[in-house]
Design a protein around this ligand. Structure first.
Ligand code: ATP
Ligand code: MG
Length: 197
């Protein structure tokens, strides 16, 4: 096959591992990163780096790079309201050894954003992870916590309530590596209303 057509075939097959997420300010990420480090020092496991801390809204997995403009256009057409998350608890999932932070009362606008986004993606022919599964808003803080290390799940966040104002959501490209995934924001989409933070 001539080099040029080989390149064309490769370009057609190139995919990007992508997901939509809420991304914290540097300040919130720093505070959550500190909690992650302390928890990892106490229980073991791998703390999420502050620059990687996020809350996943919808996971798409591998999407052909050629479809990324369509994906960006779907997200740009989503209309949803801004809100503030009150992150106030830590919890642990034994099945995937994950220690995470969340809200005892997630705002209704978060669920609305996720359902509007997922419906728009579905209509445009994009599949999102855990189809039919319930959306469990969580911020992964420590991965691979050794079995049995965490005895009591669901405790208050050590620093009290952390306010995380959400005035945009983002599309992120994930590059898997042995030392943990690296993320790159490839699209930003504003949410309407509330003060920017
Ligand atoms: P690592 O896989 O190295 O532990 P990661 O899980 O953060 O890192 P990805 O696997 O690229 O990196 O996932 C990106 C985000 O999407 C993460 O928040 C992850 O929890 C979430 N995610 C991954 N797979 C799914 C899935 N099948 N359904 C829903 N969310 C998923
Ligand atoms: Mg993963």
């Amino acid at each position: 096959m001539p080099a040029e057509s080989r390149q064309q075939v490769t370009a057609k097959r190139a995919t990007a591992r992508v997901f939509f997420a809420l991304w914290p300010s540097a300040e919130s990420a720093g505070e959550l990163g500190q909690i992650a480090r302390e928890a990892a020092a106490r229980f073991g496991g791998r703390a999420t780096r502050p620059e990687s801390i996020h809350l996943t809204l919808a996971f798409l997995g591998n999407v052909p790079e050629a479809r990324l403009p369509a994906l960006l256009a779907v997200a740009a057409a989503v209309s949803a309201e801004a809100f503030t998350l009150s992150i106030n608890r830590l919890d642990f999932w034994a099945h995937n050894h994950l220690l995470w932070a969340g809200c005892s009362a997630p705002p209704a606008q978060l669920a609305e954003l996720v359902s509007t986004l997922c419906e728009a993606l579905r209509v445009a022919g994009f599949k999102t992870g855990r189809a039919g599964g319930e959306f469990s808003p969580h911020v992964s803080l420590v991965r691979r916590v050794p079995a049995g290390a965490v005895s009591s799940a669901d405790c208050p966040l050590p620093v009290g309530t952390l306010r995380w104002p959400c005035s945009r959501f983002v599309l992120v490209r994930s590059q898997l590596s042995a030392t943990g995934s690296n993320y790159r924001i490839i699209g930003e989409f504003p949410l309407a209303g509330e003060s920017r933070g």
